[in-house]
Design a binder for this molecule. Structure first.
Ligand code: NAD
Length: 424
């Protein structure tokens, strides 16, 4: 099974096995109670649904979707919905487990979940996407709800997808249920700052990591893979800080400019042509070249498994900031550690999104909305504290940031599980 961003790549173990291996390492380091270990190694609930959707030409297509809840010990499950032609149950299980650890690292009161539909949204009309989303939402409505499991956007889903999900659940209930999803449009209970939140959190982490490696971020050379919700915001915010974005990529390829790609030109090129390639004053390079560029910070912000044993040796960046979930395989992780590259792990680095999702949920429940300044200040506080907590564990136990973040998260979830006890 290959579930990587590049079809030419090969992954020896499944993403869920990788996720379990990382959990096991942390559990070993914590000398975790073996009973709790057994509970945390597996998802609590795995729902697979097959459902019909009418295409615009009147034909009926049966789609397959998933909703996985990994853990509910610290609060309701929380996690995004991915639309992708190659998404697998294994991948969704891995991503659900990552969400559990991510929420625990930033200490927000959620467990972890993830959902997906196997589909190619690029080949579907807006009406077809809406019908598919509403039917998928109905199928998984036995799990999701503002008190039980809260969805959010992920790859190929967005604020509009969340609006359809929220409206579908609200129609079932007979009243508005904004708290069932986050990442909604502002007009129906979304939060200020949610669109940029993941990228903003990535930037806060890069700022903290730069202090550790004594890197001055002004004029620092940055390469970003992926120019979607996470990559796009990261590029724009780092550019505002004075960094040079030497390369950026999307599915169609990468563009490079030694003096820095102008984010507004890249965005305009993408909006007008659907691809970054051809951005004025840039030269085209491959996505693989981007990963090996001579730069200070590399931000993989596309899909998983892009840094692997066969290319990690070529990474020259001092800092790898994991905007994406699971972009580094365990083999690549070991190589980067050996090379002295500081990797900011996904469960810390991209936790800004779920943090502001939590703020959105709280605001929906309070029916009282905060300003952008309040959101960003609270986000910075939480991300900085999480980074400091992780760096402290890394120092105390002489381990890399990923293992430290896992130790922090697994320890917190294990404590909640033990404190609640095993039912019945
Ligand atoms: P998105 O769909 O908005 O953007 C994905 C980007 O990656 C697009 O620009 C796409 O063209 C590009 N891409 C796809 N395949 C590529 C390839 N082979 N090479 C280079 N670029 C490629 O998705 P997103 O929400 O930005 O999510 C990106 C990653 O971040 C995912 O791993 C997701 O799980 C993770 N993430 C997202 C959020 C969030 O708030 N959106 C939060 C945490 C983690």
């Amino acid at each position: 099974m290959v579930t990587t961003a590049d079809a030419s790549t090969h992954q020896a173990t499944s993403l869920f096995e990788d996720a379990q291996a990382r959990f096991d390492e942390a559990a070993d380091a914590l000398r975790l109670n073996p009973n709790v270990r057994g509970v945390l190694r597996e998802p609590r609930r795995e729902l697979t649904v097959h459902f019909p959707v009418e295409r615009d030409d009147g034909s009926i297509e049966v789609f397959t979707g998933y909703r996985i809840q990994h853990n509910l010990a610290r609060g309701p499950a929380k996690g995004g919905i991915r639309y992708h032609p190659e998404v697998t149950l294994d991948e969704v299980k891995a991503l659900a487990m990552l969400m559990t650890w991510k929420c625990a690292v930033v200490q927000i009161p959620y467990g972890g979940a993830k959902g997906a539909v196997i589909c190619n949204p690029k080949e579907m009309s807006l009406r077809e996407l809406e019908r598919m989303t509403r039917r998928y939402t109905t199928e998984i409505s036995i799990l999701i709800g503002p008190e039980s499991d809260i969805a959010a956007p992920d790859v190929n889903t967005n604020a509009q997808t969340m609006a359809w999900m929220m409206d579908t659940i609200s129609m079932h209930q007979g009243y508005s249920v904004p708290g069932v999803v986050t990442g909604k449009p502002l007009s129906i209970g979304g939060s200020e700052g949610r669109t940029d939140a993941t990228g903003r959190g990535v930037v806060y982490c890069i700022q903290e990591a730069a202090k550790l490696v004594k890197l001055d971020l002004r004029d620092a050379r940055i390469a970003v893979q992926g120019f979607g919700k996470v990559g796009g915001a990261t590029v724009r915010l780092l550019h505002e800080l004075g960094c040079k974005i030497v390369a950026v990529s999307d599915m169609s390829g990468a563009v490079f400019r030694g003096d820095g790609v102008e984010p507004t030109l890249a965005l305009r090129q993408q909006q007008e042509t659907g691809s970054l390639v051809g951005t004025p004053r840039t030269e085209r390079i491959s996505n693989e070249d981007l990963l090996r560029l001579d730069c200070d910070v590399l931000v993989p912000a596309a899909l998983e498994g892009v840094l692997r044993a066969d290319n990690a040796g070529g990474v020259k960046a001092k800092i790898v900031a994991e905007g994406a979930n699971g972009p580094t395989t365990p083999e690549a992780d070991a190589m980067l550690r050996e090379q002295g590259t500081l990797v900011i792990p996904d469960i810390l680095c991209n936790a800004g999104g779920v943090t502001v999702s939590y703020f959105e949920w709280v605001q929906d429940r309070e029916e009282f909305f905060w300003t952008l300044e309040e959101i960003n200040a609270r986000l910075r506080r939480i991300m900085t504290r999480a980074f400091e907590d992780t760096a402290r564990i890394a120092r105390e136990h002489d381990v890399e940031l990923r293992k430290a973040a896992y130790m922090l998260a697994v320890g917190r979830v294990a404590e909640a599980t033990l404190t609640r006890g095993i039912y019945p």
